[in-house]
Structure formats: C-alpha cells, structure tokens
Design a protein around this ligand. Structure first.
Ligand code: NDP
Length: 461
C-alpha cells in the first residue's frame, strides 16, 4: 500500500471525530491527530461547559421565582469553585469518551500536533505519516479585537477556568458568546456590563428578536452599552489586578475582569499549509467546495476552519457526509439550508430559516408576531420574561420561511419546527396542527391574525 493511511484527520473536535469514526466504520485506515483536547472547542471550551454554566445560572432566580408559588426558599451563595470542579470532572469524562470512541471505531489516535511536509505527508509529533486523503478539521480560535490594552483582557476560553467568579465583569462584543456569558454571570450574581458596537446585539438575527433580547437583558440586571466600543483598557487598583475600561462614549467602567468576545478566526496555527498547496479564501479560511474539497484534490476541510456556518452540528454533518462520500459509496453533501440555531442567552432565543429582513427582499411576506408573558411568570412577576414568537410566511406560496422565538425552552421548541420549515410546511399546515395546551409553543400553531406585511406591497387582500 503506497500510504500509511487512507485518511488522516488533523483535529479531534466534533467534526474530525465524526469523520474519523464513520470512515473507520466504512473500512478505511484512519489516523487522527489532536494537539490540545479530544472533543475540541465544543466539548472543552464551548457548547458543553457553556450549557452547564447556563444551567448553573438559571438556579440563581429560582428561589425568588418560587415565592410566587408559595414557597419560602432562601437563596444562599453560589460556590464557584465547587461548580467549576464538577464541570471539569464532566468535561474530563467526555474527553475520555471521545478518545475511546475513536479507538473503538478502529482509528489510530495521535496526541500530537500535525504539520504538512508535502501534500501527502504530515509530521505528527515528530513522526512522518503519509495519507491518501487528508482532512483539515482544526476549528477556530478566539480573536481579540485590536484595542489598546487588549493584553489585559481575557478571551472566551478563560471564562471556563477563572479561579473565582468576578464580581464585576465587562464583556465586549454582541455575538453569541457575549450575550450567553452576560446571562451566565448575571445569573450567578455578577455585575455585568455588555459593550457592543451595534445598536442591538446579535447582528444578522431577526430584528424583533434582537430588540426583545436587549429589552429582556436590560429588564434583568445586565448593563447594556450599545453602539460603543472600548477605546482603552488599563490595570487598576492598589495591586494592579483590577481593570478599567474607557468606552467611546466617554463612559468609564471599573471591573475585576474584562473579556473580549469579539469573534473567532480559523485555526491554521503551525499547519504549514504552504507545503500542502491548499489555498485560503479572502476571509483567511480554507477555501472549499460544497463537498468540502480544497483546491488540492485529495485534501479536504470541514468545520470552523472553513468559516461556512460555524456550528458544531454543521461540522458533524460535513464530516459525516465526507466519510460517506470517500469511503461509504454514498456520495453526498451536507445541506447548510435552514439550519436551526439557538443562543443560550437569558432568556434564550432560537431561530430557523429567514429573518423578516432577509425574506422581505424576496417579495411580500406575511408576518405573525406574538408577545406574551408565559404562564409561570404571571405568578413569579419576574421582569423581562416576556416570550416572543414569530413566523415569516411567503405571501404567495404561504410557505413558512422563518420561525423565531425568544423565551424559555426556545432551543427545545425550535428543533421540531426546524423539521417543519425544512420540509416546506405552509402556514396552513401550522394552522391545521393542534396545539399542546398549555404551553408557550402552542402559540406557533395558533397565530391567526397577521401582524403586518413586509417586503413589496401586499397583493393579497
Ligand atoms: P461572533 O462572531 O458571534 O460575534 C463577534 C462579536 O464581536 C460581534 O458582536 C462583533 O460585532 C464584535 N466585534 C468584532 N470585532 C470587534 C471590534 N474590533 N470591536 C468591537 N466589537 C467587535 O463571535 P462569538 O465568539 O460570539 O462566536 C463565534 C461563532 O461561534 C458564532 O458566530 C457562532 O457561529 C458560534 N457559536 C455558537 C454558539 C451557539 O450555537 N449557541 C455559541 C457560541 C458561538 P459586529 O456584529 O459589529 O461585527
């Protein structure tokens, strides 16, 4: 056999693991290298520990919420050290499972950095290996905005390992991570300042959702600083351990920790891509076609390193499709249309399909919006808990092109709606579906009165 492996995968994150496992299952001789931690960002410094932190924060309000139902539960202190230790034990367990899964599937694992020597040869921790096909699945890495004093600020990864919870936290950015961590630390009792340069957080999401989230966060305890950027960060306090940030509107904030959650960049560190001949796109990501193939015929890339849709389940879908194509005799591409996504802010939001703003460019749209206080909060009286449910419906075909929700359980609800939208369900299909009562989700099948028309003039009535 001319090569050591049929497939060598660089990166043991979500996408790389699925690709390796399925390829090995199809009978390929697979090697996979991971230099940091098995499971990658999602398992170690992303989705999984983040969700545990969201759950930790949720309890913060429950003692008070329960009073509305007659309970008298006294809220005690949160033990950050105990929680982080419990979280770390769970992450260690999952890391072990990931590495073991690969071994059981028959893939050879390397705890090492891999770098290209030539298009078919890699240096993997000092050992030279050759492969017929190579897949770059190295993910992405947090990017710090270029702000004076940025070296005094942390990155998203740091938030998972802080030795103690900051009493005062400044979060810079208005993306997924920024709003998620704002909710987490506010829920745990920190004073949180969210500093973002747009008028609302979550650029690219449906405008109604963005505004409703900002309203909910402000009604909670999060200090919002919209439309501004930090101009300078400096150390403060007698021991220099404090942090002081100056904002472009002249505001000054004193904090214990500042985190720059200002996006992520493809992780190409030390790959020596020049030796492979693989080209990057204008954004500095590995350029691939719909089948994840680079400009070099036998080299592929999946997941965040390609900067297509940077979500774990997308990387997994790309990896699985590629394994089936290369070794399973089932050539196919992962579909990136109507991918549902959720932001675990407080309250959370979730979405599938087109925003009102995107859809309106295509023609007249019937827009249905429902805002209401969920049953639980009619008794808790907690501020900022109003839910928002929204459907974007093509006026001509009556197809539901977008579904959006802000409110508790939004992510759980949107997963099912994602199937309906993907299948091309019409508003009438939604209307014919009988609701589950009493739930917030039933509102999606009981919205009868159109709120407004978006896009070109209403041709209907
Ligand atoms: P995002 O790309 O989502 O957001 C980056 C934020 O930083 C934006 O608000 C951006 O503002 C802001 N920003 C960028 N540069 C600067 C600057 N120089 N000064 C001030 N602000 C700046 O990054 P995240 O790290 O939050 O997430 C990365 C990706 O990971 C997400 O897009 C998502 O795909 C994925 N993710 C998914 C999660 C989930 O599924 N729940 C959770 C976390 C991440 P602007 O909008 O103006 O550009």
């Amino acid at each position: 056999m001319p090569y050591d492996f049929d497939l060598f995968v660089i990166g043991g994150g979500s996408g790389g693991t699925r690709l390796s496992r399925i390829s090995a299952g199809h009978g390929a001789r697979v090697g996979v290298a991971e230099e940091r931690f098995w499971g990658g960002t999602c398992v170690n410094v992303g989705c999984v520990p983040k969700k545990l932190m969201v759950q930790a924060a949720e309890y913060g309000n429950w003692a008070e919420d329960s009073r509305g139902f007659g309970w008298d539960i006294q809220k005690g202190a949160h033990d950050w050290t105990a929680f982080i230790a419990a979280k770390d034990r769970e992450i260690d367990r999952l890391q072990g499972i990931y590495a073991a899964m690969l071994g059981k599937a028959g893939a050879k694992t390397f705890d090492a950095h891999a770098t290209f020597i030539d298009p078919h040869t890699l240096d993997v921790g000092g050992e030279h290996v050759t492969a017929a096909n190579i897949v770059i699945a190295t993910g992405s890495t947090p990017h710090k905005a270029d702000i004076p004093g940025a070296d005094l600020a942390g990155i998203t990864d740091d938030l998972f390992y802080l030795p103690k919870r900051p009493q005062r936290l400044v979060i810079v950015g208005g993306g997924y991570s920024a709003v998620e961590f704002a909710g987490i630390f506010a829920g745990l009792g920190s004073e949180v300042h969210l500093v973002y340069r747009q008028p609302w957080p979550l650029r690219g999401f449906d405008q109604d959702l963005r505004e409703a989230l900002a309203e909910a966060m402000a009604a909670g305890s999060i200090h919002l600083h919209p439309g501004v950027s930090p101009t300078h960060i400096r150390a403060s306090g007698a021991d220099g351990q404090g942090r002081h940030v100056t904002l472009s509107d002249g505001a000054e904030i004193e904090a214990d920790f500042i985190v720059l959650t200002t996006g992520r960049v493809p992780n190409l560190n030390g790959l020596n891509l020049a030796a492979s001949g693989v080209a990057l796109n204008a954004a500095g990501a590995v350029a691939v076609d719909n089948g994840s193939r680079t400009n070099v015929g036998h080299i592929y890339a999946i997941g965040d390193v390609t900067d297509r849709l940077n979500l774990t389940p997308v990387a997994i879908a790309e990896g699985h499709a590629l394994a089936d194509t290369l070794f399973g005799g089932l050539p196919r591409e992962a579909s990136l249309e109507n991918v549902p996504t959720a932001v675990f802010s407080d309250p959370p939001l979730a979405t599938v399909g087109l925003t009102e703003e995107e859809a309106a460019k295509q023609g007249p749209m019937d827009i249905y919006v429902s805002r209401f206080t969920p049953m639980r909060h009619t008794l808790t009286k907690r501020a900022g808990r109003k839910a928002l449910l929204k459907l974007v419906v093509d006026q001509k075909t009556q197809k539901v092109l977008g579904a959006h929700m802000l409110g508790e359980d939004a992510a759980e609800i949107m997963q099912g709606l994602g199937i309906a939208v993907r299948m091309g369900a019409t508003k009438q299909d939604f209307d014919r579906t009988i609701g589950i009562h009493p739930t917030a989700a039933e509102e999606f099948v009981t919205m009868r009165t159109r709120t407004r028309v978006a896009g070109a003039a209403d041709t209907g009535e």
